[in-house]
Each structure stands twice: as structure tokens, then as C-alpha cells.
Design a protein around this ligand. Structure first.
Ligand code: FAD
Length: 401
């Protein structure tokens, strides 16, 4: 790779636009294939990934009508232990994978009825879910309110410390000699139907035969894309809190999700006493304002489920936008422009889907088709002509890019 010179050019085999969990995984896979890599992001690890609670929850997030997404989530959750071990080994950063399962609890009889319906759906989708009485819930988590009426245990739902994962991925890229450019990409540079790289807002040209578009909820804003390959992503705002509890006396030992008089809240305990409380889902466009109402609602529900939350200090309130798609599934695959790979739209599941996304991107960068459940989420499935149109003009790569 050539460095940045007075002509403001950088050359690499692969340029990744966006350094959230998805873009960082893409860059790590490219580097692992022996390719030279540049990553453009004005605020690396500062998007949705910065906010994410780190739940790896294929069961609690299972929705009727999302069976293919559920299959992808299950396979990615199963890959997390090995993914975390390799990431820790390569980076020297502990990523805080915890495998204690998750507990969903209900506050009043109506919440319990709603939870039982959810568990029925989970079981019909083949998930591991077991209904528990109130006493069993409190035996698992003694800090739960005595008003909790019952719950369900999901042994396959785990968690990881997302910010530690981001630090680990950045460390891997540093070790691999990846060039990090603190710049915003403004345009895909195309010649003769082939991607030549990207131009940044400051006029810097980053030349690369492969461009990975992983700019989260802003992935649709890159100029130079053909209309049918613009990723149909929209921002879905999430507000989330970080509290600090006494690390010597953890309030909770596993993720607790609570239904409190129709309001959903989750509490994710970290090893050093941090408690993550989230999150809102708001269709408000690009808005990252933290509102008093959201903080109030999240804390009210969390306190109802776990009263001792009142003793915790409030250390952070954050709002970021998830990259939502029309079917809630990610967009992973070739664009119409040869050399363009799209990896975005991970909505509520970007952390959970990191191993599966990494594997799929590695396949694509080796010129192979995506295998396994990720194959159901090609980037062009919403394009007018559908994914098949990619075969007409692209990908144009033979073998390793
Ligand atoms: C409150 C909240 C809680 C969540 N909890 C969970 C959870 O528990 N488990 C889970 O699996 N998922 C969770 N998610 C979802 C998860 O955070 C996302 O799916 C994931 O972070 C998406 O990753 P990404 O890399 O695609 O996007 P992002 O993390 O948003 O990264 C995109 C990056 O692109 C950069 N960028 C944008 N435009 C440009 C440009 N033009 N040029 C260069 N760079 C650009 C941005 O600066 C940003 O760093 C949560 C999300 C939120 C908001």
C-alpha cells in the first residue's frame, strides 16, 4: 500500500467504508487473507456499535415471520465462543463473553400472559426456552422485585462487552498494519462499471479494487452508487443507559429482560459492575438526542423489575441509530458495481451477527458465494431486478480480490 502523500492518494487492495463492528470485522477478514486494507471513518467505533448492549440473543429476539433471520442468528450465536477466543488471542484484549443464559421476567399478570405467548412462539421456532415460576426466577436472580410474577429462561442467549470487542478488533487491525483514515467517504469512484475506490469529503482518493460499504445507517448516502444498489437502510434510534454498581456485589449474574406493564427493558450486567439498561426503538430519522422521557421510562421499568438499581450511579446516557432494513435482516453481498461489497443493515443484531458476517465477507472476498444461513440475505434482494442482476454485471472478481 502506498502511504498518503502530497497528492492525497492511498492505495490498498480493499477499502472499508465505516469502522463499526461490521466494517472492523470486514477489515480483519481482508487482512487475514493477506490483502492490504484501508478503513475510512471520521469516528471509528462511534456509531450504533458504541451504544450496543452486546446481547447475543437469538431466542429473545426471535420474531414470528423471521425464521431465516433466526437461523442466521442461531448459527452466529453458536460461532461466538470460537470467534471470541480467536479475537482475544489475536488482540490480547478480553471481550467479556458471558454464557450464563438470559432470564425474561414479567411484572404483572398481563405481562406474564404476554411473555407466555412469546415463549410459545420461541418454542415453535425451535428455540430453547423454559417457563419459570416467580420463586425460580428469584432463586436465579435474588435482586428481582418480589412483585415479579414469573419468567422464562433462555439458556442460549448470552452477552459480550461490545466496547471491548471494538477495542479488540481495532487492535487486530493495528497489528495487521491496516491503514485507518479518520475521514468520511463521500463518493464511490467507478470506471467502466468497476469500483476504483472511494473519494473522501476532503478530496482524498483511496484506490482499491474492492470497496466494502459498511457505513451503518448512513450506508445509503454514498454518492456514485447505482440506484438499485443503494442499500435500503434507515436509522432506528435507540437510547440506552450505563449504570455503575458495586463490582464486589453484582446486582445480577446474567442478562434480565423485563416486561413491566407493557414496557420492555433489559439489564445487562458486566464483570466490572457496569449495568447496561436499554433500549428505546424510535423511528425519528438521524436523531441522537438523549431525552428526559426516555431516561425516565427506562429507569422506571428497570427499577420496577430490580429495585436496587436505585442505588447505582448513572454514568452514561447514549443515543445512536441502528441500521434498519425493510425485513429486519442484514444486507451482505455484491453490489451491482463490480468490486463493491455491501455489509450493512444489521439492525438490532450487529454484534450477534459479527461471526456470521465475518465468515460471509471472507467468502465473498475470496470470490466464493456466501454459504450457510447468511446466503439468505444478499445485498440486492430489494433491488427492482433482485439479486440475480448482480450476476450480469458483477462481481468481476476471480479468486482472491
Ligand atoms: C441502543 C442500541 C442497543 C443495541 N444492542 C444490541 C445488542 O445488544 N446486540 C446486538 O447484536 N446488536 C445491538 N444493537 C445493534 C448494533 O449496535 C448494530 O446492529 C451494529 O452496531 C451495526 O454495526 P455497523 O458497523 O453496521 O454500524 P455502526 O456501528 O453504526 O458503524 C457505522 C460506522 O460508519 C461510519 N460512517 C458513516 N458514514 C460514513 C462515511 N460516509 N464514511 C466513512 N464512515 C462512515 C460511522 O462513523 C460509524 O462508525 C444495538 C443498537 C443500539 C442503537
Amino acid at each position: 500500500m502506498t502511504g498518503t502523500g502530497p497528492d492525497r492518494r492511498t492505495r490498498a487492495d480493499v477499502v472499508v467504508v465505516g469502522a463499526g463492528v461490521v466494517g472492523l470485522c470486514a477489515a480483519r477478514e481482508a487482512a487475514a487473507l493477506g490483502l492490504s486494507v484501508a478503513v475510512c471513518d471520521p469516528e471509528p467505533a462511534g456509531g450504533a456499535s458504541f451504544a450496543a448492549a452486546g446481547m447475543l440473543a437469538p431466542t429473545a429476539e426471535a420474531r414470528p415471520g423471521e425464521r431465516r433471520l433466526h437461523a442466521l442468528a442461531e448459527s452466529s450465536a453458536a460461532a461466538w465462543p470460537e470467534f471470541a477466543a480467536r479475537l482475544e488471542e489475536q488482540s490480547g484484549v478480553a471481550v467479556g463473553l458471558r454464557q450464563e443464559g438470559a432470564l425474561s421476567v414479567a411484572f404483572d399478570p398481563d405481562d406474564l400472559r404476554a411473555l407466555a405467548e412469546v415463549v410459545d412462539v420461541q418454542i415453535s421456532m425451535g428455540c430453547k426456552a423454559e417457563l419459570l415460576g416467580a420463586r425460580e426466577c428469584r432463586r436465579l436472580e435474588p435482586a428481582l422485585s418480589p412483585r415479579v410474577t414469573g419468567g422464562a429462561f433462555n439458556p442460549g442467549d448470552n452477552q459480550v462487552d461490545t466496547r471491548a470487542v471494538l477495542r479488540a478488533l481495532l487492535a487486530c487491525l493495528d497489528h495487521a498494519g491496516v491503514t485507518m483514515l479518520a475521514e468520511s467517504a463521500s463518493r464511490l469512484v467507478v470506471q467502466g462499471g468497476r469500483a476504483l475506490g472511494v473519494q473522501t469529503r476532503t478530496g482524498h482518493l483511496v484506490e482499491a479494487g474492492t470497496v466494502v460499504l459498511a457505513a451503518g445507517c448512513r450506508s445509503g448516502e454514498l454518492a456514485g452508487l447505482q440506484p438499485d444498489e443503494v442499500p435500503p437502510v434507515r436509522p432506528v434510534k435507540g437510547q440506552i443507559l450505563r449504570l455503575q454498581t458495586n463490582p464486589d456485589e453484582p446486582l445480577l449474574t446474567r442478562t434480565v429482560r423485563a416486561e413491566v406493564q407493557g414496557r420492555h427493558v433489559y439489564l445487562v450486567p458486566r464483570v466490572h459492575g457496569e449495568l447496561v439498561v436499554g433500549a428505546t426503538m424510535e423511528e425519528l430519522g438521524h436523531d441522537t438526542t438523549v431525552t428526559a422521557g426516555a431516561v425516565h421510562d427506562l429507569l422506571r421499568a428497570a427499577l420496577a423489575a430490580v429495585p436496587d438499581v436505585a442505588e447505582a450511579s448513572l454514568s452514561e446516557a447514549t443515543a445512536r441509530s441502528r441500521p434498519g432494513t425493510p425485513d429486519n435482516g442484514p444486507l451482505i453481498g455484491h453490489g451491482l458495481t463490480a468490486g463493491l461489497l455491501v455489509a450493512t443493515g444489521h439492525f438490532r443484531h450487529g454484534v450477534l451477527l459479527a461471526p456470521a458476517t465475518s465468515a460471509a465477507l471472507s467468502e465473498l472476498m475470496q470470490g466464493r458465494p456466501v454459504s450457510g444461513p447468511a446466503a439468505a440475505f444478499p445485498a440486492l434482494r430489494f433491488a427492482a431486478a433482485g439479486p440475480a442482476s448482480a450476476a450480469v454485471t458483477g462481481p468481476g472478481h476471480e479468486g482472491t480480490v
